[in-house]
Design a protein around this ligand. Structure first.
Ligand code: PAF
Length: 284
């Protein structure tokens, strides 16, 4: 496995390796990322994508709306390399900030698709977040020029935003979703779980319980009430707990006009000092 720590190394690797499957990450890798990397390596193999799976590791400052969150974001390159190697990555691209944002060069932020501004979910609770995500992912796309990029379903709105951005800019890159990986007790894996105290970790299970409870309700408003009830019972501070059409995420009327609408239940809630997000298909 190659470790590429600047753009010159990336260019030389790409010249030899050819097209690749990109798994963009901010490091602090866990089993959820390992699963995306295995998926990327398998996809490259099946489709004769010669470069295999390239994992980018870059803690992108422009997507953090809370400086304290950026400051405490874990940086664990040595452990990350071991996970990439074991999961079958061909290379890691772990650039310095100057490689992504060269001093004196304005790095384009693309026009944001509606799903990045209209739903009132992550867009409302983390102002500027999707502008930063789109900026860094477009920059990575320009630098790496991947055949395919894989993004986890756990960040469901991000996945919709990046799919819409790529389609809107007519980039010749396939966006492939990767399923959420859960701990045995249902907690969705996240780099932030390490900050949960044992008690908060137990209370964090209320997110997956709420998603399951939502699926036992027949109507979206009942499902939303049930999710809020479950989360509040566990003492979670709710940012949102909603059921929305899975790709637009726009608040919409029930029953839906298009009968093939797929729905998603989505939650963001604070447990102690840690903000957790989770989502699941709703009745589909
Ligand atoms: O999902 C993440 O880890 C980040 O938002 C991403 C896509 C790597 C961009 O920094």
């Amino acid at each position: 496995m190659h470790l590429l720590t600047n753009n010159t190394m990336l260019d030389s690797w790409r010249d030899v390796a050819g097209p690749c499957v990109l798994v963009p990450t901010m490091g602090a890798l866990h089993e959820g990322h390992a699963s995306l990397i295995r998926q990327g390596a398998a996809l490259a193999h099946q489709n004769n994508i010669s470069g295999g799976c390239l994992v980018s590791i870059f803690v992108n400052p422009t997507q953090f709306n809370d400086p304290a969150d950026l400051a405490r974001y874990p940086r664990t390159l040595e452990a990350d390399s071991a996970i990439c190697q074991a999961a079958g990555a061909a290379a890691i691209y772990a650039p310095h900030a100057d490689d992504i944002y060269p001093p004196g060069l304005a790095i384009e932020t693309p026009p944001l698709p509606a799903v990045a501004t209209e739903p009132g979910l992550e867009d409302a609770h983390r102002p500027g977040h999707f502008a930063g995500v789109c900026q860094v992912v477009l920059r990575l796309f320009h630098l790496v020029n991947p055949h395919t990029a894989i993004f986890g379903e756990k960040d469901w709105q991000q996945l919709q935003v990046l799919t819409a951005m790529t389609a809107g800019l007519e980039l010749p890159i396939q966006i492939v979703p990767g399923p959420t990986v859960r701990e045995a007790d249902g907690l969705a894996m996240s780099s932030r779980n390490r900050f949960l105290s044992p008690d908060d970790r137990r209370r964090g299970l209320s997110l997956s319980r709420a998603l399951a409870a939502a699926n036992r309700q027949a109507m979206p408003d009942e499902a939303e009430r049930e999710m809020s009830r479950t989360l509040k019972e566990a003492g979670a501070e709710i940012d949102y707990a909603v059921v929305r059409p899975a790709s637009s995420l726009r608040k919409s009327a029930w029953p839906p006009v298009a009968s093939d609408t797929r729905w998603r239940a989505l939650i963001a809630a604070r447990i102690g000092s840690v903000r957790l997000i989770d989502n699941a298909p709703w009745h589909s």
